[in-house]
Design a protein around this ligand. Structure first.
Ligand code: HEC
Ligand code: HEC
Length: 302
């Protein structure tokens, strides 16, 4: 979770705490997606990597089983402990239907209708295409079930109150599907989708408002308070503060191998992004990301 919300603001929210997230669950029988469809599962594997799901949903110390959850995400509000998203029927999402999965990713809501915390970057994933979500779901279901029990988050009051998220959603959650910009090239559009949606790069690289929304007027301008307190660099085309002087090849090779143009190696929270995500993307997709990044407006900061 990369958010900050002063408790005064949260307290105001608390006063108007009347919202009841009406359950919209229509999760009847579990959908038997074509897990046997090997091509679909393979496609899903790529989307899964590009979207960086495994890091957050796998315990870090001691190293847990993939997708069994248990990673502790420390934030100013307390600690989030990620849930099990393996297809275990009791502890994971094995009993979910595909519609349940779509609702989680698109609307940030559980099968029972409860709001998810934005520590789960559904606000970025919400714009994923139907085809990509279906492939991702097929991939998840094809993974080994892990019988690890979910743990409660350890959040400070009042951040532990899910109904309060209705305000955050009202202010910051935009569930508009991804739409290509016909004025831009196909490569730029692919890059925009990879960066803004799947790679959720802005969840770290875009500064936040006091209430934890992404400041889209300063998209990718970096942030002083990333995960684990990391300072997150500016990746706009600003020549001094950002990566405006990087060549397309330098961006591609950084995302593929982790080497900065000055020969340094990537560190901090970006290490896992390169290892699990960009380092596994095709050259073509990395080139699309670079094309997109090199066309961002130059913002100074952080
Ligand atoms: C930055 C960390 C992070 C990333 C990246 C992430 N998640 Fe999560 N995810 C979370 C957290 C934290 C929660 C718990 C949210 C809550 O309790 O409100 C969660 C919840 C979920 C849930 C709901 C599980 C349940 O039991 O209700 C699903 C499904 C899920 N994530 C799938 C995914 C998928 C698929 C990806 C990749 C496309 C992904 N997540 C990437 C942190 C992350
Ligand atoms: C979990 C947070 C996180 C996410 C998600 C993330 N980054 Fe980063 N990124 C960082 C951090 C932290 C650094 C600084 C790394 C270092 O200190 O070596 C960084 C560094 C970079 C740099 C080098 C900038 C410089 O001036 O050194 C680039 C380029 C970059 N990221 C691009 C991306 C792209 C593209 C994505 C999405 C595919 C992305 N990042 C997703 C945290 C993140």
């Amino acid at each position: 979770m990369y958010l900050r919300m002063p408790s005064a603001v949260a307290a105001v929210f608390l006063c108007i705490f009347a919202a009841n997230p009406a359950a919209s669950a229509d999760s009847g029988s579990a959908n038997s997606v074509a897990v046997s469809d090997k091509a679909l599962v393979k496609e899903g594997a790529y989307i899964f990597q590009a979207s960086g799901c495994v890091g957050c949903h796998t315990a870090e110390k001691p190293k847990g089983e993939p997708l069994a959850g248990g990673r502790r995400l420390k934030t100013p509000f307390g600690v989030f402990v990620t849930p099990n998203i393996s297809p275990d029927r009791e502890h994971g999402v094995g009993a979910w239907s595909e519609a349940d999965f779509f609702r989680a990713m698109r609307e940030g809501r559980s099968p029972e209708g409860a709001y998810y915390f934005p520590a789960f970057p559904f606000a970025s994933y919400a714009a994923m295409t139907d085809a990509d979500l279906s492939a991702l779901w097929a991939y998840l279901q094809a993974q080994p079930p892990r019988a690890r029990r979910n743990q409660d988050h350890e959040l400070d009051f009042p951040f532990n109150l899910r109904p309060l998220l209705v305000f955050w959603r009202f202010l910051y959650f935009d569930d508009t599907p991804f739409a290509s910009d016909p004025a831009k090239s196909e490569e730029w559009n692919r890059g925009a989708y990879l960066v803004r949606v799947m790679g959720h790069c802005g969840e770290c690289h875009t500064p936040r408002t006091l209430m934890g929304g992404m400041r889209l007027d300063r998209e990718f301008a970096g942030s002083k308070s990333g995960p684990k307190g990391d300072r997150i660099p500016n990746i706009t085309t600003h020549a001094v503060k950002g990566i405006g002087v990087w060549s397309k090849e330098e961006i591609v090779s950084f995302l593929a191998e982790g080497y900065l143009p000055d020969g340094d190696f990537v560190g901090g929270a970006m290490t896992e992004v390169v290892e699990n995500s960009t380092g596994r993307m095709t050259e073509r997709d990395l080139s699309a990301i670079a094309e997109f990044l090199l066309a961002t407006p130059p913002h100074a900061g952080p």
